[in-house]
Design a binder for this molecule. Structure first.
Ligand SMILES: C[S@@+](CC[C@H](N)C(=O)[O-])C[C@H]1O[C@@H](n2cnc3c(N)ncnc32)[C@H](O)[C@@H]1O
Length: 277
């Protein structure tokens, strides 16, 4: 199976699980908007590139009924998106690749993509596609994995995960999901709860941020993250400069790259240049 089909299989499995009744109170969009000092949703038309099961598409569309949101994903997640966003007239769902967005040039007023380009075979091509479909001057908002080259503990753990991934990406999704579900309480007890405790003191807040899986809440809360980490066939990781260059080389200006304090990764945004560079 090639890596694209394996990506479809992994996320198809993950995203066919949730049902509309289990719509969470907030999703990644809310965390992104807390960091980005300008409204993400602007203009008349936006695109959620790699929308997964459609939760972020749902929140963007529900809270901005005058903005049409295109929700693009390569996996069976589009069927869950259809269910999740049913009743919202301002959502259009497209099944397709971020590396070949089936939309003409200069269309969108904004593009949003959370945790997607690092799972594609070529993040640079994805970036070029996003810039192509944006109108001149329109913003992009991204979340990308970091390589943790500035944090020896996370870097070390990442290296171990990298080795384990050689095996885990070959495990059928259903079995891997059960394993990650069973592993989640241990990870939460070992990492997330101690990190939460340390976060409550000013002096140890910095240390808490360095602890992996510091974002876990309930015992099963990191199942999805563990599954994502161990199942996704393709996983690129970036340092700050590489994220900046990804946007710059694609033709973005006014670029910002910020560390996600509560999660591991980069939040990056910028706007498509008005003139070709
Ligand atoms: C980690 S999930 C993030 C989903 C969603 N953005 C969210 O925050 O819940 C990554 C998503 O990227 C999608 N994906 C991976 N490669 C893709 C590609 N080439 N084109 C479109 N979507 C892709 C996967 O199907 C998956 O739904």
């Amino acid at each position: 199976m090639n890596s694209l089909n394996a990506t479809k299989r992994t996320y198809g499995f993950l995203w066919l699980r949730p049902k509309r009744k289990s719509l969470p109170p907030r999703w990644h969009f809310a965390d992104m908007q807390e960091i980005i000092p300008e409204p993400i949703v602007t203009g008349k038309l936006g695109i959620d590139v790699g929308s997964g099961c459609g939760y972020d598409t749902y929140f963007m569309a529900k809270n901005n009924p005058l903005v049409n949101i295109f929700s693009l994903d390569i996996s069976d997640g589009v069927y869950t998106t259809k269910e999740v966003t049913s009743g919202l007239k301002n959502v259009r769902i497209i099944r397709g690749s971020a590396l070949n967005i089936p939309v003409r040039d200069n269309v969108f007023n904004f593009a949003y993509s959370y945790g997607v380009l690092h799972h594609t075979t070529d993040p640079k091509v994805g970036m070029m596609e996003i810039v192509r479909v944006l109108k001149k001057g329109a913003p992009v908002f991204l979340y990308l994995y970091e390589d943790h080259s500035d944090n020896w503990l996370k870097y070390f753990i990442l290296a171990i995960i990298g080795m384990l991934r050689q095996i885990t990406v070959r495990i059928p999704p259903k079995i891997l999901y059960i394993i990650t579900f069973l592993a989640s309480p241990f990870v939460v007890l070992l990492f997330s709860y101690p990190a939460r405790f340390l976060k409550s003191f000013k002096k140890t807040q910095g240390l808490a941020e360095k602890i992996p899986f510091n974002f876990g809440t309930s015992l099963s809360s990191v199942t999805g993250d563990l599954f994502d980490r161990f199942s996704a066939p393709i996983e690129y990781r970036f340092n700050r400069g590489e994220v900046y260059n990804l946007l710059y080389n694609a033709g973005f200006v006014d670029i910002n790259v910020k560390k996600f304090r509560t999660k591991a990764g980069w939040v990056a945004w910028g706007r498509k240049a008005n003139v070709n560079r």
